[in-house]
Design a protein around this ligand. Sequence first.
Ligand code: ZN
Ligand code: ZN
Length: 71
Amino acid sequence: MKCYLCKLEGKDTDAVASCIVCGMGVCMNHVVREEVDQWEGGYPFPATKLKKTIPRMLCMPCYNALQEGKK
Ligand SMILES: [Zn+2]
Ligand SMILES: [Zn+2]
């Protein structure tokens, strides 16, 4: 899989992860790895039942959208 965001810039970079929200492939430069203990909406797991934090791989557009949603 190739990084979708790099592809938009005309580059051809291998993806290291895929966004858990939209599923797009992202490279190291474009991935956002965030460990959060609560996630509104409970996606992809019922977040309210989790005691440990879990890392989530997000693409930048989804991460930005999430940050917007927190304001
Ligand atoms: Zn990229
Ligand atoms: Zn995404």
